[in-house]
Design a protein around this ligand. Structure first.
Ligand SMILES: *Cc1c(COP(=O)(O)O)cnc(C)c1O
Length: 450
């Protein structure tokens, strides 16, 4: 058993799956015991394997195991862990200065990130960008901005939505357990509309699903009360739900006609993940505001709201901000991420990864009636598990597959309102051989489970 911690990560790490102990190993188990004694139970652990280095497509743990990473820390290290440009940019910015507060004495990095996001987000209209720390904070601020612009209060969100864990975003998130239970009362003026969920909604096409949602909004809220419609172009935590074609464009059209701000929550789907820079591009949709985070800065905490200048400028001077928002080290990382996506052709890489995953998983599905649906875009792919011959969710099977894969050194996340969805979010730095090996492991796990 190797006990030497690996000190340096990045793509130079040996790109192999190699288990030298059981998973988790003794050193991880000892740390997990300390975690239990030091950290509250509210912070769960998906896989108690303690990481010492990561890069390319692997995570290396304190026991010397090397695991294949199909989670990217929940779609964050899309460019890979410790991506070289990010490491260099962070080191040099950290050596120069680490914080001044952009609202006090500003710096160029923040402005450069704003310029870059104004350029790469959908639409060529005049835009502004404001920076924050987390996805939830970006979503909250998008709502603040929409309210300031429209002078209206209400916000419409969707079934299966996930927008974060702060008070307003808990209200916007659909699922009670584990996100909301016991944590109310929640913010008011948040209304929920039905989503387009093709697997569970057969026969309702995109425009019909949009009509159904708009009916609920018109009857239960009223457009003249509604500040914003907030939606994930592909729902993340809710189960990687890709709405039927035409759903998103019809919503945008209705918003535009009714002075309602259309907010795309691209916190999980952004930055090349889906085989486009932003997932809204797949349907040619131009949102009024777009909230981004996760993949934005290679793992450093940063988020943004980008959108139409006239909407973004509605908030009064001093109305937006925060001590750390647009931290200079995080901004340096974000610029390096954008450069990496460009230089390494990662939008195309995400498409290629998606093609491989969909092919492999669809083949699996042909012989396995427990695989109800294979869906996704680019390197954001899900497998929805059901009881054979039905659409009844099978969360136990999802848990068992994730556990079986972990035991063999493949990290897979689950999601979904019913907890029955396996979600694959490999870093785009994943070598083809490792991706193929991870698929082999998953196939074997399905095969071994009764
Ligand atoms: C993760 C996520 C959030 C919340 O982001 P945090 O950084 O965890 O606050 C919001 N929206 C979507 C779609 C997400 O996936």
């Amino acid at each position: 058993m190797s006990t030497d911690p690996v000190a340096v990560g990045g793509p130079g790490l040996p790109q192999v799956r190699r288990l030298v102990t059981e998973i988790p190993g003794p050193a991880s188990r000892a740390l997990q015991e300390r975690k239990t004694a030091a950290v509250p139970t509210g912070i769960g652990t998906t896989l108690p394997v303690y990481v010492t280095a990561a890069g390319g497509g692997v995570l290396v743990d304190v026991d010397g195991n090397s695991l294949i990473d199909l989670g990217s820390g929940i779609a964050v290290v899309t460019v890979g862990n410790s991506a070289p440009r990010v490491v260099e940019a962070v080191a040099s910015q950290a050596a120069a200065f680490t914080h001044t507060c952009f609202m006090i004495t500003p710096y160029a990095g923040y402005v450069e990130v704003a310029e870059a996001l104004n350029r790469v987000t959908p639409g060529d209209h005049d835009k502004r960008t404001v920076l924050f720390n987390s996805g939830a904070e970006a979503v909250e601020n998008a709502v603040k901005i929409a309210r300031a612009h429209t002078g209206k209060d209400a916000v419409a969100v969707f079934d299966h939505a996930y927008h974060g864990r702060t008070n307003l975003t808990m209200a916007m998130t659909a699922k009670n357990m584990p996100y909301k239970d016991g944590f109310g009362p929640f913010a008011s003026e948040v209304y929920r509309a039905p989503m387009s969920y093709p697997f569970r909604d057969a026969g309702t096409d995109g425009p019909a699903a949009a009509r159904r949602a708009i009916d609920v909004i018109e009857k239960q809220v009223g457009a003249h009360n509604l500040a914003a419609v907030v939606i994930e172009p592909i729902q993340g935590e809710g189960g990687f739900i890709v709405p039927a074609p035409g759903f998103l464009p019809a919503l945008v059209e209705w918003c535009t006609a009714n002075d309602v701000v259309f907010v795309a929550d691209e916190v999980q789907t952004g930055f090349a993940r889906t085989g486009a820079m932003f997932a809204m591009e797949h349907e040619g949709v131009v949102p009024d505001l777009i909230a981004t985070a996760k993949g934005i800065a290679g793992g450093l905490p940063l988020s943004a709201v980008t959108g139409r200048a006239e909407i973004m400028n509605a908030a009064h001077v001093g109305g937006l901000g925060g001590t750390y928002g647009g931290n200079p080290v995080a901004c340096a990382a974000a610029l390096a991420v954008l450069e990496t996506i460009d230089a390494e052709g990662l939008v195309d890489r995400a498409r290629a990864i998606g093609k491989t995953l969909i092919e492999r998983l669809t083949t699996l599905q042909q012989d396995d009636p427990r695989i109800g649906d294979v869906r996704g875009r680019g390197a954001m792919v899900a497998v929805e598990l059901v009881r054979p011959g039905t659409t009844d969710p099978d969360p136990d099977l999802a848990r068992a597959v994730a556990a079986g894969a972990a035991a063999q050194g493949v990290v897979v996340l689950t999601c979904g309102t019913y907890g029955n969805v396996l979600r694959l979010l490999p870093p785009l730095s994943m070598p083809d051989e490792l991706l193929a090996e991870a698929c082999d492991v998953l196939a074997g796990v399905f095969n071994d489970l009764p």
